[in-house]
Write a protein that binds this ligand. Structure first.
Ligand SMILES: Cc1ncc(COP(=O)(O)O)c(C=O)c1O
Length: 406
C-alpha cells in the first residue's frame, strides 16, 4: 500500500503526457484472468497452441545452434537477417505483382514494433492520422503514443469506409497516414473490398498520404485468398506483416516494407529501440519458410484448423444465443464479431461471463470514442471445437443471468 510521502522524499518523476495518457490494452489486462486453468478464453487473439509447428522448430533450433551460432546467437544487422529479408521481398512481390526487393524490407520485433516505429517516424505532435473504427487496440496505442491526432473513420462489412474517408478529405482533412487492417480485420473480421482497395490507393496518391496496410491475417483464409493488397495499386503504402499468426508470436518476428524515403529514418529509430529483432527467431523462421513444400502444407493445416473452429463457434452461438446475438461470418483470420440485438451491453455481460469461466472482449474497447456498446469480439482461434461449444454454453448462461439481474 502507498504511504504518504515524507517531506524529504524526492518528487515523483514527471511523466511524458503522451505516455501518461496511454490507455492500457483491455486484452493484455485480462491475460491474468484468462490464463486461469478453468477459463475458456475467447478474449485474446492468441493462435492455437496445438497448431504451433513445435516439432519442426525443435529440429531446426538444434541444427541452427549446432551449425550457425555465429548467425543465431551473435548480434545481427538492424535491417534483419538477409535471407529472411529476401524471402519476405519475394513473398510481397508475389502478392502485389510488383518487385519488392529484400533491401526494402525491415525485419521487426513483431509487426507491433513496426507500427510503433512507423508512427513515431511519421507523426509530429497533433498530426492527423486516420484510424479505422472499430480497430486494432495495439495500433490505437502505438498511434496515440506517437503524438498523432487520431481521426476515426468507420469500418463496415467491406472494411474501411473509403467513401466516408473521401468525403472527409474533400472537406479538408489532410492526414499523414491512414491505418487499415485490410484482410480479416481485427476486431470485425471484415476484408477491404477490391474496389475500396483501388479507391484508397487513388486517394493516397491524390492527397499525398501513406496507407499503413497491416496484414497479419492474410494467409489465414478459409476459401479464396484475399484480394491483392493496396500496395498493388500505389507506392504510397507501408506494408506490415508478421509470422506471429503463421508460426508463433513468442518468436517476435514481423516485417515492414518501407518507401525508400522513410527507410533510413525507421532503421535508425529501430537501432535506438533494440538494435535488431531476435537473431535466433529470424534464423529459425528463415529455415522454416525456405522449405516451400512444408510451408504450404503448414499454412493449409492452419487454414483448415481455423475454418473448423470458426464454424464450430458460429454454430454453437447460433444455437445457444439464437435471436439475441447477430454474428459476422468470417472468411478468414481469428475473430467473430457479434452484435446483441436485444440491447445487451457487452461490458456488463463480461464480469458474469468471467465468473462462469469464459472471456471475450467488449466491442467498445476497439473504439476511440464511446460506441459499440452492444458489440463483442470472440476469438475462436485458441480453443478446440469441443471447448468452443462449452464456451458458447457458458456465455449463454452469463447472458441469462444478466437478464435475471435487470
Ligand atoms: C491487426 C494486428 N496487427 C498487428 C498485430 C501485432 O502482431 P505481432 O506484433 O505479434 O506481429 C496484431 C496482433 O494481434 C494484430 O491483430
Amino acid at each position: 500500500m502507498l504511504t504518504s510521502l515524507s517531506p524529504n522524499a524526492p518528487a515523483p518523476p514527471r511523466i511524458n503526457p503522451l505516455v501518461g495518457r496511454l490507455r492500457s490494452s483491455a486484452i493484455r489486462d485480462m491475460l491474468a484472468v484468462t490464463q486461469r486453468p478453468d477459463m475458456l478464453s475467447l478474449g485474446g487473439g492468441m493462435p492455437a497452441n496445438d497448431l504451433f509447428p513445435a516439432q519442426r522448430l525443435a529440429e531446426i533450433l538444434v541444427r541452427v545452434l549446432d551449425e550457425s551460432c555465429d548467425l543465431a546467437l551473435q548480434y545481427g544487422q538492424t535491417e534483419g537477417f538477409a535471407p529472411l529479408r529476401s524471402w519476405v521481398g519475394g513473398y510481397e512481390s508475389a502478392r502485389c505483382g510488383r518487385t519488392v526487393g529484400g533491401e526494402q524490407v525491415l525485419i521487426t520485433s513483431g509487426s507491433q514494433q513496426a507500427l510503433d516505429l512507423v508512427a513515431r517516424t511519421l507523426c509530429s505532435p497533433g498530426e492527423a492520422i486516420v484510424f479505422e473504427e472499430p480497430g486494432y487496440l495495439g495500433a490505437l496505442q502505438a498511434l496515440q503514443a506517437s503524438g498523432g491526432r487520431l481521426v476515426p473513420v468507420p469500418v463496415d462489412e467491406d472494411g474501411l469506409d473509403v467513401t466516408e474517408l473521401a468525403g472527409r478529405l474533400a472537406a479538408g482533412l489532410r492526414p499523414v497516414a491512414v491505418y487499415a487492417v485490410t484482410s480479416f480485420q481485427n476486431p470485425s473480421g471484415a476484408t477491404l473490398s477490391d474496389p475500396r482497395r483501388r479507391a484508397l490507393a487513388g486517394l493516397a496518391e491524390r492527397y499525398g498520404f501513406l496507407v499503413i496496410e497491416d496484414d497479419p491475417y492474410a494467409e489465414l483464409y478459409f476459401g479464396d485468398a484475399p484480394h491483392p493488397p493496396v500496395r498493388t495499386y500505389s507506392d504510397n503504402v507501408i506494408t506490415l506483416g508478421s509470422f506471429s499468426k503463421t508460426v508463433a508470436p513468442g518468436l517476435r518476428v514481423g516485417w515492414v516494407v518501407l518507401p525508400p524515403s522513410l527507410a533510413p529514418h525507421v532503421v535508425r529509430l529501430k537501432q535506438a529501440a533494440d538494435l535488431h529483432a531476435s537473431a535466433l527467431g529470424q534464423v529459425a523462421v528463415a529455415r522454416l519458410v525456405e522449405d516451400t513444400r512444408w510451408w504450404r502444407a503448414h499454412l493449409d493445416t492452419l487454414r483448415a484448423g481455423y475454418a473448423e473452429r470458426a464454424a464450430a463457434l458460429t454454430r454453437a452461438l447460433g444455437e445457444s444465443l439464437a435471436g439475441r446475438l447477430r454474428l459476422n461470418s468470417p472468411q478468414g483470420g481469428m475473430f467473430l464479431w457479434g452484435r446483441f440485438v436485444d440491447g445487451t451491453r457487452a461490458a456488463k455481460l463480461l464480469p458474469l461471463a468471467l465468473e462462469r469461466g469464459v472471456s471475450f472482449v467488449a466491442g467498445e474497447e476497439f473504439f476511440t470514442r464511446p460506441g459499440g456498446h452492444d458489440t463483442l469480439r470472440l476469438s475462436y482461434a485458441t480453443n478446440r471445437p469441443a471447448d468452443l461449444a462449452e464456451a458458447a454454453r457458458r456465455l449463454a448462461c452469463a447472458h441469462a443471468a444478466l437478464g435475471d439481474l435487470s
